[in-house]
Design a protein. Structure first.
Length: 621
């Protein structure tokens, strides 16, 4: 069997080989086929004849079709995913290379109709269908654009939403207000996918949602000014919000979804298809293209900073010196990408200066707590000659602690419970940025291991209290940005132990016992994406490399000697490092429960390397 040392050496060699010339790692950020489908639809709607790209994307979409004609967003999802299947079907038709009588499209159509048709698609899919002339906009806008004018003192206002929510909602409000749609002579007709054409308003179905919309409209009416003037002001402010947040590559926050929507919102506001704002945005999302198995994939964003910070930290943990060229280049890349501009975070956190890091290779106004702690870990051994960067990062991190004691991803205190009831599907995930166990745990782990803060520090005490209050009954914690309870429990346990919480503490013991209880027979761990929607741990009934590494890292942090569970887990990892099957491409990152899952191509190397290094350091070979 491969030894721990050999496993570490193999992983280090793999990462050395994969570093890009600029010092980063550009492993794919893979999110299924939706972005590929939207790219075909966008290019056709804008009448941009990039046939090589369109054909390549269509081939990739078809390569992911299930035998029953559907598309899924994760392996064990069930029969298929309705929204993904609608998007794939539409894109393949719009590409012009496949016809409705193609047996693969006929199979997809049967599934769509059997599952409720377009009416049952996700809200985001309906917006895409509406802007391209395939679905009717609601009679009244679900969210009046004037909400952007409501003062911060109003119970629900524009900055009650998370930055991710605002970036997607802003162009949607413009588009819904204008009831904009654009077709071309190549537009297919999807009317046969509508099952119930007589539903009065299929966008909003609950009484609670309608009541909340009325509440917002009343708030808007109380604004001082003539309705027409307020409306024009709101549209202007929404447009300015988008344009002020365009990244150097032309994208809106370097996210595919909001850039796609911004392009259509600008068209709705009278911009031509050839306007530089639009051509630059298209070029920006095209630049996020990567290749997977010889076919193009449109990444939702790039994960270069996230990959590079984690890999820099993992390599140094494995004994690679900061003077090694691989680390020098990686840390230089990170230092150049520390933020100097104020972003939306300043609205709820007005007393801090910029100092965080973002996620993508171009982001310079959207820092997040996770990338900041990861980047600081990587540069920690060269902190002395870069004290300004180090101090600014630490200061920004402290300033982002929520009033409840924990940390969220992008914003401070953006967790209004009222927002969950807005007429936006999955509002809890799209519009809120709540304190979560994974961010809180990893921030504690950073402070404990890299700044020597202990549980006696007042801010640490508050975070420990939050974790103790938010542990699940079974001993786990829910992780917001990964799948899912294993992810949250790993972050919480390693964070608590690093700030000095004893491993004998009841809630650490409970977490450790839970992790031991869900170990698979092969020695690994695996959790299904179903855990998200079901709000309870759901076993995958197979093991994945990253989830195994997370569970092991927590157990190692809380153990004084290598237990049977640890040894079995290490054996599984070492025997699986080069494995290639469905478990090695299973998404273990998430952005929105039930809708948006991420397969980080870097995770199969990063987390096994981290945990093997920790095992070696603590227990020897």
């Amino acid at each position: 069997m491969t030894t721990v040392r050999k496993g570490v050496d193999w992983l280090v060699g793999k990462l050395r080989n994969d570093q890009s010339p600029d010092g980063s790692w550009d492993y794919p950020f893979e999110t299924g086929i939706s972005t590929d489908a939207y790219m075909i639809i966008l290019l056709r709607t804008l009448e941009i004849d990039d046939e090589e790209l369109i054909q390549g994307l269509a081939k990739r979409i078809l390569s992911r079709q299930e035998k029953n004609g559907t598309w899924k967003i994760f392996f064990d999802e069930g029969e298929g995913n309705l929204s993904a299947t609608i998007e794939a079907y539409y894109a393949l038709l719009y590409s012009g290379y496949y016809q409705k009588n193609d047996h693969r499209l006929r199979a997809a159509r049967r599934f769509i109709l059997a599952n409720g048709g377009l009416e049952e698609a996700s809200m985001y899919t309906k917006v895409m269908l509406a802007v391209t002339g395939q679905y009717k906009w609601p009679t009244s806008s679900p969210m009046p654009v004037e909400i952007i004018l409501l003062p911060l003192s109003f119970p629900v206002n524009f900055y009650s939403f998370s930055v991710f929510g605002r970036s997607n909602l802003t162009p949607i409000m413009i588009l819904a207000d204008k009831k904009f749609s654009l077709t071309t002579n190549k537009s297919p007709n999807l009317s046969e996918l509508q099952v119930d054409r007589h539903t009065p308003d299929p966008w909003i179905r609950s009484t609670e949602m309608r009541s909340l919309i009325s509440f917002l409209i009343e708030g808007v009416k109380n604004l001082l000014g003539l309705p027409g003037d307020l409306h024009r002001l709101a549209i202007g402010r929404a447009k300015k919000y988008m344009l002020d947040r365009i990244e150097p590559d032309g994208t809106f926050y370097s996210y595919y979804s909001c850039t796609f929507l911004m392009i259509f919102a600008l068209l709705a506001l009278g911009h031509k298809k050839t306007d530089p704002l639009i051509t630059n945005a298209v070029a920006g999302i095209k630049s996020m293209q990567c290749e997977i198995n010889g076919l193009p994939h449109m990444q939702y964003t790039t994960a270069n900073v996230w990959n590079t910070s984690l890999i820099g930290y993992a390599l140094q943990g494995a004994g690679i010196l900061p003077e090694d060229p691989i680390i020098v280049k990686a840390n230089q890349y990170l230092l150049e990408r520390q933020h100097h501009k104020f972003g939306d975070w300043v609205v709820h956190n007005p007393n801090s200066l910029p100092g965080g890091w973002g996620f993508s290779n171009v982001n310079n106004i959207l820092p997040d707590v996770d990338d900041t702690t990861a980047s600081l870990r990587s540069i920690s051994r060269i902190a002395s000659p870069h004290l300004n960067a180090w101090d600014r990062g630490i200061s920004w991190l402290f300033s982002m602690q929520n009033d409840d004691g924990g940390w969220a991803a992008f914003e401070k205190n953006a967790n209004s419970k009222i927002v969950e009831f807005l007429p936006i599907e999955k509002a809890k995930y799209m519009l809120l940025d709540p304190t979560c166990a994974d961010l809180t745990g990893r921030t504690l782990e950073f402070f404990g291991n890299y700044t020597n803060l202990s549980r006696n520090h007042e801010d640490v005490k508050k975070a420990v209290r939050w974790l103790s209050k938010n542990q699940e009954r079974n001993g786990s914690w829910y992780g917001r940005w990964g799948v899912c309870y294993i992810y949250g429990t790993w972050a919480a346990v390693t964070g608590l132990v690093s700030v000095g919480v004893p491993v004998s503490d009841p809630f650490v013991e409970k977490a450790v016992n839970w992790l031991k209880s869900i170990q698979n027979n092969d020695g690994g761990w695996g959790e299904s994406c179903h855990s998200d929607n079901k709000n309870t741990y759901t076993p995958l009934r197979a093991s994945t490399l990253s989830q195994t590494a997370w569970a092991l890292d927590a157990l190692i942090a809380a153990s004084n000697q290598p237990t049977n569970e640890i040894e079995r887990g290490i054996a599984y990892l070492l025997s699986s490092l080069e494995k290639e099957d469905w478990t090695t491409v299973y998404p273990t990152g998430q952005g929105m429960a039930g809708a948006f899952y991420i397969h980080y191509h870097s995770y199969r190397y990063i987390f096994p390397l981290i945990v093997l290094s920790h095992y070696q350091k603590k227990f020897g070979n």
